[in-house]
Design a protein around this ligand. Structure first.
Ligand SMILES: NC(=O)C1=CN([C@@H]2O[C@H](COP(=O)(O)OP(=O)(O)OC[C@H]3O[C@@H](n4cnc5c(N)ncnc54)[C@H](OP(=O)(O)O)[C@@H]3O)[C@@H](O)[C@H]2O)C=CC1
Ligand SMILES: O=C(CO)COP(=O)(O)O
Length: 378
């Protein structure tokens, strides 16, 4: 795959999987990831905070609250005790919503075994601080290697074993580059990978995290316009602008534009902005149809990351001085009471400009050229 990192192309074959995978968060995505770890042959534990759900999961071998009717592989071990779930584990997948990350990391403190990497599977940016989730986790769990898993993945489809590909991002240390097969990224990829689940390794944690946070906001925009009766041309423009906003923010924070063209960016944006299976797209659709927020999802409390992250993305963009017009529009409609149609009309009414950013994608960014030259010199 283009954009695959050096490490991903070399030593993966010999990477030793972690024997035990612990998934924290027994919602839809945590359950799907537990299914993939189990299918890949790992001892797999899943922790959930609601004891009755965990008991039902243990009894039935299914998670009917979040993935109703989906058959899961045998042998997943549901647990309600955090200490038990983490004891001696090889790696941790953290799969609770982004707004709960700091609190959840606080609970994991002192329980994650030394050397066990922690993989963040939520999509978002912390409200109030504008920190990437990896920065939050690094603060709360010092000494642990932190990575992120992201990409186009509807939990139900993954759990049902439909072929799925994701990006697994870690910052690489010099030791990782010398011994790629020992790197946490490689070991995690072999721990989870199978012929239906393909993790691609990336060393651009920032790019992957930004893409995951922004795509949900753009999906709400696409839903809003579709719900309000606009058509496919409009949605395609929003997706393209959304991709550009991801690139702008990723690059401003030190990530790479090219990462955004991979699974965590283009892949996830395409999936989420095209299907009402996405909770973000669905919220937008319902709001676009004029349904009041409190009545969306039939009044049920549902995780819609783009709704909270419209605030954090927008605040962060303002703080670092980058313009993200689509994210801004979604923010203003959701949180400032702006009129939906007028806001989108204004988006189309911006001054006409060229498309230089899109053209630049094909060009070599100076930082990438420098990085390649340094690698070649090593
Ligand atoms: N669903 C999907 O298709 C995908 C989701 N993701 C991301 O994964 C993350 C989780 O989403 P998803 O699994 O779908 O969400 P769900 O709504 O399906 O499940 C959320 C889970 O998190 C738990 N939870 C919520 N708040 C807390 C908290 N404060 N402390 C501990 N546990 C908590 C819930 O527990 P309880 O049941 O007890 O309330 C539940 O187990 C999100 O960031 C989402 O964007 C990523 C890729 C795909
Ligand atoms: O992140 C997802 C797919 O990759 C899930 O999207 P929603 O949270 O919008 O359902």
């Amino acid at each position: 795959m283009s954009g695959a990192s050096e490490i991903g192309e070399s030593g993966l074959g010999q990477a030793r999987p972690y024997d035990t995978v612990t998934v924290i968060g027994a919602g839809a995505w945590g359950t799907a990831l537990a299914a993939m770890a189990r299918r890949a042959g790992r001892t797999t534990r899943i922790w959930g905070r609601t004891r009755e759900d965990i008991e039902a999961f243990s009894r039935t071998g299914r998670n009917d609250r979040y993935l109703n009717g989906v058959a899961l592989p045998e042998g997943i071990e549901p647990m309600a005790d955090l200490e038990e779930a983490l004891a001696g584990t090889g790696c941790v997948l953290l799969v609770t919503p982004s707004r709960s990350l700091r609190e959840m990391c606080g609970k994991l403190k002192g329980l994650v075994p030394e050397g066990a990497p922690v993989v963040l599977c939520a999509k978002g940016i912390e409200q109030g601080t504008g920190k990437l989730l990896s920065e939050v986790a690094a603060e709360e769990l010092p000494g642990h290697v932190i990575g992120a898993l992201s990409g186009p993945t509807f939990a139900r489809e993954t759990a049902m074993n439909h072929p799925t590909a994701v990006t697994l991002a870690f910052e690489f240390t010099p030791a990782d580059r010398r011994e790629p097969s020992q790197a946490p990224a490689s070991r995690l990829a072999t721990s989870l990978g199978s012929n239906t689940f393909r993790p691609y390794i990336s060393d651009d944690l920032t790019g992957v995290e930004v893409a995951g946070a922004v795509k949900n906001v753009i999906a709400i925009a696409c839903g809003m316009m579709t719900g309000a009766g606009y058509a496919e041309n409009t949605r395609a423009a929003l997706i393209t602008w959304g991709l550009d906003e991801m690139k702008t923010l990723a690059e401003a924070l030190g990530g790479r534009r090219e990462t955004v063209t991979g699974l965590a960016g283009t892949g996830d944006l395409t999936l989420t902005c095209s299907s009402p299976t996405s909770r973000n797209m669905k919220l937008g659709l319902q709001l676009g149809q004029g349904i009041p927020r409190a009545e969306c999802f039939g009044g049920q409390d549902t995780v819609v990351e783009g709704e909270v992250n419209a605030v954090s993305v927008n605040d962060l963009a303002e703080r670092i001085g980058v313009e993200l017009p689509v994210c801004r529009a979604v923010h203003d409609i959701l949180h400032e009471g702006a009129d939906l149609r007028q806001t989108f009309t204004d988006l189309w009414g911006r001054p006409l400009v060229g498309e230089p950013k899109a053209l630049n994608v094909a060009l070599d960014h100076p930082s990438q050229a420098l990085e390649r030259a340094m690698k070649a010199a090593q």
